[in-house]
Ligand binder design. Structure first.
Ligand code: SF4
Length: 380
């Protein structure tokens, strides 16, 4: 009977590392790009070799490019371009601009990019409108060079210079401004190396903290690292209905919260990034439920922070998102929003002032009630 012969897909893949765990429903937890493009100048790097080896074991096609340009991802339509780009990982060297770190308040002092682009499919994606070209994930291969620029930023940041509850973290570097570093870690390994770098750098006398946010949950490789307590891992979470509806390709909410608890028990400072907060129907119940679930996963003595970010969009991000997700049910209606202008005159659409005030007060008391040890870092 033909069904007794294993098909090629059913055959076990041989791999030197334990690459993925199966969910009970058989869904794979880790992102597997269809193709991994390795640019010419990144080809000799440890990260490129690692990604090619792991990607091939997972079934990705590995393509070595003759040059350094990542091309050929445009399709006939925006949606097709989006699909192609989102199923591609490119291994490239960080451009010189990535070696000049930008301030990134209120999250951290400086932005530290290990990659740009992300494998998830959030319909409100923060990257929409801020990335050039198709949304391919580009992981940086020249990690040593990136890490080598950090010392010149010590003591320089705006957050560092405040003497508040965060000052013991030293100068902080945020690794998830333009990517989800845990979402690609099984392919690149660069996050683990960076976490260990911060631990050893602090032992040598630096006062510096690494931070990143994730919507993934595969924290197993991070648990055993020598992290020195210098990396704060925040989990980007939301009301269950929002994560289910709008956050394609990410780990389920409960898995993220469970992963947060595991890291806290392994001594990592952790955090909740609740974003983007939306006043959906019965929002106090929906977010109350989130806080209860989060509190249930955390050990008593967890070092935990909370960052609260309401949903916003710009005319540019709205246009890009409508191209990527033409059928989205996400509310992006300027008519029901208030306008906020930045110092360069750009417009952002946020919730009206009164609603913002109501939500802000509710969230502050919910944090105090459910996570009494948590430091609330900001509301925006
Ligand atoms: Fe965009 Fe962040 Fe979602 Fe990735 S995880 S798709 S960067 S919003």
């Amino acid at each position: 009977a033909p069904h007794l012969a294993p098909s090629r897909q059913d055959a076990p893949r041989l791999s030197p590392v334990k690459l993925f765990e199966e969910r009970p429903n058989g869904k794979q937890r880790l992102w597997v790009p269809k193709r991994i493009l390795v640019t010419r100048s990144a080809a000799g790097s440890e990260i490129a070799k690692h990604a090619a080896e792991r990607g091939a074991a997972l079934g990705a096609e590995i393509i070595h490019l003759k040059g350094d340009q990542v091309r050929g991802l445009r399709g006939e339509t925006e949606v097709e371009t989006y699909r192609r780009a989102k199923s591609t990982l490119a291994i490239v060297n960080a451009p010189p601009s990535a070696l000049k770190l930008q301030p990134i308040p209120p999250s951290a002092d400086f932005r530290l990019d290990l990659a740009v682009g992300c494998p998830a499919h959030c319909q409100y994606c923060y990257l929409a409108g801020s990335l050039q070209g198709p949304p391919v994930t580009r992981a940086y291969a020249n990690l040593d060079e990136i890490l080598s620029v950090l010392p010149s930023y010590l003591g320089q940041g705006r957050i560092t210079s405040r003497s508040d509850a965060r000052s013991h973290e030293g100068t902080t570097f945020e690794a998830s401004c333009y990517t989800d570093p845990l979402g690609i870690e099984h392919l690149t390994g660069s996050l683990s190396r960076t976490i260990e770098h911060f631990a050893s750098w602090n032992r040598e006398g630096a006062e510096a903290g690494l931070r990143f946010t994730t919507k993934y949950a595969e924290v197993e490789p991070l648990l055993a690292l020598d992290h020195g307590g210098r990396t704060r891992v925040r989990f980007s979470v939301n009301a269950e209905a929002i994560t289910r509806r709008f956050e394609g390709g990410t780990a389920p909410l409960q898995d993220r919260l469970h992963a947060m608890g595991r890291l806290a028990r392994a001594g990592y400072p952790v955090g909740l990034t609740i974003a983007p907060i939306m006043p959906i129907q019965d929002w106090p119940e929906a977010y109350g439920d989130l806080f209860r679930k989060a509190a249930a996963e955390l050990p008593q003595d967890a070092d935990v922070t909370a960052e609260l970010i309401t949903h916003r969009f710009t005319p540019g991000s709205r246009e890009v998102l409508m191209g990527w997700y033409p059928a989205t049910k996400l509310e992006m209606d300027p008519a029901v929003r208030a306008q906020k202008r930045n110092k360069f005159g750009g417009v952002k659409y946020v919730y009206p002032k009164e609603l913002m005030g109501e939500m802000k007060a509710w969230f502050a008391s919910a944090v105090a009630e459910h996570l009494p040890n948590a430091q609330l870092l900001y509301w925006t």
